[in-house]
Design a protein around this ligand. Structure first.
Ligand code: MG
Length: 329
């Protein structure tokens, strides 16, 4: 069976297992020295849905698959633990490409301190990568869900939004008519990187949960879509001012070229993997510091009130209607 040689080659590019991984790849199942709470999540990315092999390298795909799974651990405030990887490889996908795919995931795993505990490789019709991750916590108070928001709290977001959506528009040709002068070369590269190589905010998520965030979610489908999940889970109203949305450098120019309002573009674009947090008023300073210590910054852009759902408020103070998030095709 040729896959056995490939699996062996993939194992060789994985980071060395940490001590807590008592048994890993190469046995029938992994054995991990557990902590009290296991935090689990699983994510799948598929060719033609989440990426195109014409615009993403195999390593980009490996990185992105692991990053999206780890981002969910970040949103819970969990410490990264282990990952299990499953690859469906199309028939024309070379062994070298398969190793590149594994390397893309392995580099991020090493950087994030995640151990690859096992995996599976099969041949199929399209490239599909499934990643199951486990994170750890010593008590439930260390973690943060979507349902903890309370009336009177502030709503904030890490980093800047719209970069990944702008990168996608540059890659799929929608923004190809943009004049070269509208975007600096380094901004162009950064937008592509944001789409191809999202960074899970594990450190920020852990610190924000530890320093008093009441609710948190990672922005995979876009602020407008994901904020409404927090509103629904908390049974409250989230009110967000569009003119306070931090728009990623370069994304403003791409949005304008597409005929979109930059703040609306940034609020509805997916794949940024920034974190949305709700903060009790007396935790605002601590959370700002926590974000800064994790190498990012928080922008406060709204508040939690009584009611239900999400209200996006335009610059003129009127509710902005009809802004769904980005749903993958
Ligand atoms: Mg998520």
């Amino acid at each position: 069976v040729p896959e056995l040689a490939l699996i062996e080659a993939i194992r060789a590019v994985l980071p060395d297992p940490p001590q807590r991984l008592l048994r890993g790849p190469g046995d029938d199942a992994a054995v991990v020295a557990a902590r009290p709470l296991a935090v689990s999540s699983i994510d799948t990315v598929a060719e033609g849905v989440h990426f195109e092999l014409s615009t993403h390298s195999a390593a980009d795909v490996g990185h992105k698959a692991l990053a999206t799974a780890l981002s969910d651990l970040a949103a819970m405030g969990a410490e990264p633990g282990e990952a299990l990887l499953a690859f469906v490889l199309p028939g024309d996908f070379s062994e070298e490409s398969a190793l590149e795919l594994a390397r893309g995931a392995a580099e991020l795993a090493a950087q994030a301190g995640i151990a690859v505990a096992g995996g599976d490789v099969v041949r199929g019709r399209a490239l599909v990568v499934t990643v199951a991750v486990t994170g750890w916590a010593d008590g439930e108070e260390e973690l943060c869900g979507r349902d903890g928001a309370r009336p009177g709290e502030l709503v904030g977001v890490t980093g800047e939004l719209g970069g990944a959506a702008a990168g996608l528009a540059l890659l799929d040709g929608r923004a190809s008519a943009m004049s070269n002068s509208a975007l600096r070369e380094d901004q162009h590269e950064e937008l592509l990187r944001r789409h191809r190589r999202p960074e899970p905010l594990l450190e920020a998520g852990r610190r924000l949960a530890a320093f008093g965030a009441s609710a948190m979610i990672d922005l995979s489908d876009g602020l407008a879509s994901d904020a409404s999940h927090v509103a629904a889970a908390s049974g409250l109203l989230l009110r967000i001012d569009l003119d306070r949305v931090p728009v990623a450098p370069g994304a403003r120019a791409v949005a304008t070229a597409l005929g979109a309002e930059p703040a609306v573009f940034a609020a509805t674009g997916g794949d940024d993997y920034e974190l949305l947090v709700c903060s009790p008023p007396d935790r605002v300073d601590a959370l700002e510091q926590a974000a800064e210590d994790a190498g990012t910054r928080l922008t406060w852009l709204g508040e939690v009130g009584r009611g239900t759902g999400l209200e996006l408020v335009a610059a003129d103070g009127e509710p902005a209607h009809g802004l769904g998030g980005y749903e993958h095709r």
